[in-house]
Design a protein around this ligand. Structure first.
Ligand code: AMP
Ligand code: GLY
Length: 405
């Protein structure tokens, strides 16, 4: 099988790594890729946001399967464009990706499917925002309706900050959900859902969950504190009803349905849906997956998931994100990175915002690396990940020191 992976984050590096370990995968192309994916895959340039360009590339490399990593290409219709050429795509249509692209649409689907989620109001005027903030009370949760790379949400006790975030935007104001968060991925062919293994993400930039939200600063899996029936419960009450509702609407969801949930005192509630693999959760989930990934994604893309089972390692996996100066604001780029080879002997150093220039690896984005380790216990995996992090140097590098602690 020839696989084309679209994207350039640590998630795509993790996908390329897992695909490279699948004996059924003969060739991998990653576009636009980064300095890390270049070691496992042929690199091609593409504008991921241009569906025609993605489909043209799939034709040019004769891809048997196109795996679309990030949300924005999906929302723009990359999967539709690839399928229109008679090729297999892993990833939802633009219509189905709206489950991530519009918070209001996601809430609609959840209401229709009877999926538990935070109470919410969709607001277009300041008066509506104020009424909703009064109704739910602090801490206030205000979300921009569209895609925002994890940064369109504020959770704050500060009323003025909450109203400011809503200014000039269509927003969803929500009830605050209190409780530990879990991410669970469901691989689906549009009918059958195959749950993966749960992971926890660390969304805030600073230790102790302080500072602004980011795309994710680290993750671990499994979750030893989670109830035994967690995966089964989420599959039954969240993933399957959502997939069924999308099919009922005539916009079947095929690809990866990511459920972000809070385990509240009043039970499980969905915080968000994403239409693709989570980043950095993918790095730890795939580190534990024993089943060849290419075969699973191909089955999802072609509608044969009911015969597939997933096999998981009992090992724990931990990933720590190393970010550039300025992130989650505007990051400084073009800084040389040292110590990669040394760190690579201890952990999988998955690249995100990196590029190669004259054989040297330079920073090229906000989240730069996702340093991923496994071990017989979470503590062992965590120690290895931080040991590798300590070997890597670039000016302004910052990371959380409390991932999986
Ligand atoms: P989202 O973009 O919807 O995933 O939100 C990003 C992060 O904000 C989530 O992972 C949570 O940590 C936090 N968050 C979002 N919605 C809520 C909520 N209703 N209650 C508490 N925290 C939330
Ligand atoms: N780690 C959160 C996300 O992928 O949206």
């Amino acid at each position: 099988m020839r696989v084309l992976v679209i994207g350039s984050g640590a998630r795509e590096h993790a996908l390329c790594l897992a695909l490279s370990r699948d004996p059924g995968v003969r060739h991998i192309v990653c576009a636009p890729g980064n300095a890390g994916t270049a070691r496992l895959a042929e690199t091609r340039s593409v504008d991921p946001l241009d569906p025609t360009a993605v489909a043209d590339l799939a034709d040019a490399v004769d891809a048997d399967l196109v795996v679309i990593g990030p949300e924005a290409p999906l929302v723009n219709g990359a999967a539709d464009a690839v399928r229109a050429r008679g090729r297999n795509a892993f990833g939802p249509s633009a219509a189905a990706a709206a489950i991530e692209g519009s918070k209001a649409f996601a809430k609609d689907v959840m209401t229709a499917a009877g999926v538990p989620t935070a109470g919410f109001r969709r607001c277009t005027t300041t008066a509506e925002v104020n009424a909703a903030l009064d109704e739910f009370g602090p801490p206030y949760v205000v979300k921009h309706d569209g895609l925002a790379a994890g940064k369109g949400v504020v959770v704050t006790a500060d009323r003025a900050a909450a109203t400011k975030h809503a200014e000039g935007e269509t927003v969803v104001v929500e009830e605050y959900l209190d409780g530990p968060e879990v991410s669970l991925f469901g691989i689906t062919d549009g009918t059958t859902v195959l749950p993966m293994t749960p992971a926890q993400d660390f969304k805030r930039v600073g230790d102790g969950d302080t500072g602004p939200n980011t795309g994710g600063m680290g993750a671990y899996s499994p979750l030893p504190w989670a109830p035994d029936d967690l995966v089964e419960t989420i599959t039954k009450t969240v993933l399957q009803p959502t997939v069924d509702e999308m099919a009922r609407r005539g916009t079947p969801f095929q690809g990866l349905l990511y459920a972000g949930l809070a385990l509240t005192r009043n039970g499980l509630k969905v915080v968000e849906f994403n239409a693709r693999f989570g980043d950095p959760e993918t790095q730890v989930v795939l580190a534990r997956l024993r089943t060849p990934l290419g075969a699973v994604l191909h089955a999802a893309a072609t509608g044969g998931l009911e015969d597939v089972t997933l096999d998981w390692s009992d090992d724990a996996a931990v990933t720590v994100v190393m970010a550039a100066l300025g992130y989650p604001g505007r990051p400084t780029t073009g800084q040389p990175i040292d110590g990669l080879a040394e760190a690579g002997r201890v952990a999988d150093v998955l690249h995100a915002g990196t590029r190669l220039e004259d054989g040297k690896v330079l920073t090229n984005g906000g989240r730069v690396l996702s340093v991923t380790a496994t071990g017989p216990t979470r503590e062992a995996a965590r120690e290895k990940a931080y040991e590798a992090v300590a070997m890597i140097r670039f000016p302004g590098a910052h990371w959380r020191t409390d991932i999986a602690g």
